[in-house]
Write a protein that binds this ligand. Structure first.
Ligand code: KG4
Ligand code: ZN
Length: 326
């Protein structure tokens, strides 16, 4: 079964063809990042206009790269939220027209659940249930995944998302946007000697990242920093964020009595984070899973894959499919 996935929740216009929920035949991503850089973050109105310009070409390209024909598509799976309303609407409207035109089924899927599904595209065997951590630019959430349609939230951020904190700290350090990869690069040769930590939360599996961002802001104030000072701040911030992600994920595994921990989302591309999670998992006999770096970032292969699984469980959307921002 060939599924076309469409993803337009933020600044990436993405389309992919996945066969039987696991074989990625094409994975095309066009980002409007360049257009947002000068504003220091994604501008929703620009993002939706860029999706409109790119979507036809991106979908076309995904079909050509997969070496199939439009008529071979059996299902159109599309991200319906959470994300930017205008951006999601472009993907959903395109998916609806295509499914109607081809006479095939349509399915709206959750963006965070699809980040988890990216782990099923590695060709590795992964059995249910497990604890999943999604760390992206808009979300930081711990889930308990019993099945593809039975996913409970165990905890989430009370304020900023983890990726958002990376982006904001990068802005304070005047590094540019998006901040995650820039902080990671700088932190490599830094000394994590500053005492940063993430704030405690009322619920043990929730997260808070706005306090640590403010701590960096107060430390920097409007001082002119040397490159070495910036490196040390980046390394200290990154270690503190990873500490909290590890601590809470391990607690979730303990509470749910599982030895399987699955991670996804843009921040999961961070090498230091991957290294520290792997070493912690080894000490505790946990099995840990990450998608390939490419599939950590927003993409449509994860949308097509999850769509396949849910469709096989009997899920379908009608032409009244709407955005779901929760
Ligand atoms: O999942 P994603 O591509 O989009 C959303 O759904 O938000 O995640 C984007 C986020 C951005 O905040 C970006 O700074 C962060 O992921 N990110 C990273 C790294 N690469 C991307 N954060 C830390 N280290 C990285 N290497
Ligand atoms: Zn995402």
């Amino acid at each position: 079964m060939y599924v076309l996935g469409i993803e337009t929740s933020c600044d990436e216009t993405a389309a992919s063809i996945v066969k039987d929920g696991e074989a990625v035949l094409s994975n095309v991503v066009s980002s409007s990042l360049k257009e947002h850089k000068k504003y220091g973050g994604v501008v929703p109105e620009i993002a939706s206009r860029m999706h409109l310009e790119s979507i036809t070409g991106v979908v076309d390209c995904s079909i050509k790269e997969a070496k199939i024909k439009l008529e071979n598509i059996n299902l159109v799976s599309v991200t319906c939220g959470p994300g930017l309303a205008g951006s999601l609407l472009v993907g959903i409207s395109f998916a609806k027209s295509l499914s109607l035109g081809l006479g095939v089924s349509l399915l709206g899927v959750n963006h965070l659940h699809s980040h988890i599904y990216a782990n099923f595209l590695n060709g590795e065997y992964l059995s249910l249930p497990f604890v999943a951590l999604v760390v992206s630019g808009g979300h930081t959430t711990l889930f308990y995944v019993k099945d593809f349609d039975k996913i409970d939230v165990l905890g989430a951020t009370c304020d900023d998302a983890c990726g958002e904190a990376f982006d904001k700290v990068a802005k304070i350090l005047r590094l540019g946007y998006p901040g995650g990869p820039l902080i990671e690069r700088l932190a490599k040769s830094g000394n994590p000697k500053m005492q940063f930590s993430c704030s405690n939360t009322k619920e043990p599996l929730d997260f808070s990242f706005s306090g640590i961002k403010t701590a960096v802001l107060y430390l920097v104030h409007s001082k002119r920093l040397t490159v070495n000072e910036k490196k040390d701040i980046a390394a200290s911030f990154q270690e503190a964020v990873i500490d909290t992600l590890i601590k809470k994920s391990l607690l979730a595994c303990k509470l749910k009595k599982t030895k399987r921990l699955v991670i996804g989302g843009g921040v999961a591309a961070n090498n230091r984070l991957r290294e520290r999670f792997y070493s912690e998992a080894e000490k505790r006999g946990l099995n840990i899973y990450f998608p390939s770096r490419e599939l950590c970032m927003d993409n449509a292969a994860m949308v097509a894959g999850l769509g396949y699984q849910l469709f096989n469980k009997g899920y379908k959307s009608g032409l009244d499919l709407n955005i779901d921002l929760n």
